[in-house]
Design a protein around this ligand. Structure first.
Ligand code: SF4
Ligand code: SF4
Length: 188
């Protein structure tokens, strides 16, 4: 078994060796048209140990974690978990410089930081942190924020976005989960 495949399995990508390349995962994926490799191809490439090409791909960042592929896979491959594992490895190893979508890494990092601190998501802050933390120039950052503003305002008017973060009980527990995961990833 390739080292890369073992690493992905250890990170949650169970069942990957059972894939028989039927393509059901790709056929139902809502974001496949924007991907450079289909989910089926990514599974194959992981099995072949094509580490650099997989970790450099747009696909892993465009996976919307919808689980459509995973629930339909006839071989019970944990495809969504494979995508999550690949994102995690790519972020850890600095593959963000290869990412064709410059805000992807910033989005995931910001998402985790906010949930870790507040116990749940706060979308206006997520938008700001994603833009400011991306590796784009200031003009692109501002353009992204301006383009996003009308959507945010429309959602707020319909009561779908809060003006301020909601406090939840158990925030300390959520933070401890993130701290434990960080320790596990560091091999402590
Ligand atoms: S649906 Fe499952 S078995 Fe079919 S290609 Fe995708 S991962 Fe492989
Ligand atoms: S979980 Fe990701 S790869 Fe699977 S169908 Fe949804 S977007 Fe596509």
């Amino acid at each position: 078994m390739t080292d890369f495949r073992s690493e992905v399995i250890a990170a949650g990508g169970e069942g990957i060796t059972a894939c028989y390349q039927c393509g059901t995962c790709s056929g139902g994926c809502p974001t496949v048209s924007a991907m450079d490799y289909t989910p089926r191809q990514i599974i194959r490439m992981v099995n072949l140990g094509m580490r650099d090409r997989v970790l450099s791909s747009r696909t892993i960042w465009l996976c919307a974690t919808c689980y459509q592929c995973q629930v339909r896979c006839p071989r019970e491959v944990k495809i969504t978990e494979v995508m999550a594992a690949l994102k995690s490895i790519a972020m850890r190893e600095g593959y963000n410089s290869h990412v064709a979508r410059p805000r992807a890494v910033s989005f995931y990092r910001s998402f985790n930081e906010i949930v870790s601190n507040l116990g749940r998501q706060f979308e206006p802050l997520l938008l700001m942190k994603t833009a400011l933390g991306s590796r784009e120039g200031i003009t692109s950052k501002l353009g992204y924020l301006l383009r996003s503003a009308p959507f945010g305002i429309a959602l707020m008017k319909k009561g779908k976005l809060p003006f301020r973060p909601e406090k939840i009980s158990g925030r300390d527990e959520v933070r401890r989960i993130f701290e434990n995961v960080a320790r596990m990833e560091a091999g402590e």
